[in-house]
Design a protein around this ligand. Structure first.
Ligand code: DUT
Length: 243
């Protein structure tokens, strides 16, 4: 890659406006290097979604600095910032329309080939092709219904068709079986080299092969490292592993 897609968190604290004044993130410092896959794990409410929401400026840090490609995100127009990243939210947002329209949403100029490649990487191509109308099948209304895991894969395809420098998956494979999830990650490694990927997950199997894993606990970064090193050194990680 051309070395784009670096993310730095520097002593970042964050609390929601109108919240109870409590810090949701407390003095977080770590970096995602270009092309790295970084897992983020922690119990519910530990701050995972809030953390990644600072990258596209859904929120701004209360203290400290978030940098993308070395630049303080507060100095960048959110629209420009978001052009280089794709975020797959926890709840998939599909609309009434064809599969094709849903995948190309926000990137209408994508060719059929680009769309199909994205769908293949997201492990969605095969089930799309198995529906009678294929990419012209309707999403949402009557007709074809997709399962939760299939909808997540369509959302991932939508993200990949944008060819982002940074891909943020917020618990986006929770309804996808582990074998299929593994295939998605393998496809990303193979086709999307140089892509920086942040992977929020509830289960360890989703992040254990990441280049590094960030462990959050009540807004604090309590561990960072590989699966093996965290199993040795991080009590919170051990607890998640055993649960
Ligand atoms: N919070 C708010 N307002 C919001 C979102 C979250 O006050 O709009 C609080 C709830 C929680 C903390 O921030 O105490 C962290 O929430 P976040 O959603 O970041 O945690 P998570 O680790 O992503 O939780 P989950 O795994 O349930 O998605």
């Amino acid at each position: 890659g051309d070395g784009k897609g670096r993310i730095d968190f520097e002593h970042v604290s964050f609390s929601y406006e109108g919240g109870h004044g409590e810090s949701v993130l407390k003095d977080i410092t770590f970096s995602c290097l270009p092309g790295e896959t970084v897992g983020i794990i922690g119990s519910t409410g530990s701050g995972k979604s809030s953390l990644v929401g600072l990258i596209p400026r859904f929120y701004d840090a209360t203290k400290g600095t978030v940098r993308v490609d070395g630049v303080d995100v507060r100095e960048v127009d959110p629209k420009l910032l978001r052009e280089k990243m794709a975020i797959v939210p926890q709840k998939t947002v599909l609309f009434t329309g064809t599969v094709k329209e849903n995948i190309r949403w926000g990137k209408e100029e994508a060719t059929d080939e680009e769309m199909e490649l994205a769908a293949r990487m997201a492990q969605a191509h095969d089930f799309i092709e198995r529906t009678p109308d294929g990419y012209q099948a309707r999403v949402g209304q009557g007709g074809i219904n997709f399962s939760g895991g299939q909808k997540q894969r369509l959302s991932i395809a939508r993200a990949l068709v944008r060819k982002p420098e940074i891909l943020i998956l917020d618990d986006s494979t929770s309804a996808v079986d582990v074998a299929t999830e593994t295939k998605i990650k393998e496809a990303l490694r193979e086709y999307a080299q140089g892509l920086t990927c942040l992977l929020i997950a509830q289960r360890i199997t989703s992040v254990m092969d990441a280049d590094k894993i960030v462990v959050l606990d009540q807004g604090e970064l309590v561990g960072i490292g590989t699966h093996e090193s965290l199993l040795k050194d991080c009590r919170v990680y051990q607890e998640i592993f055993q649960s």
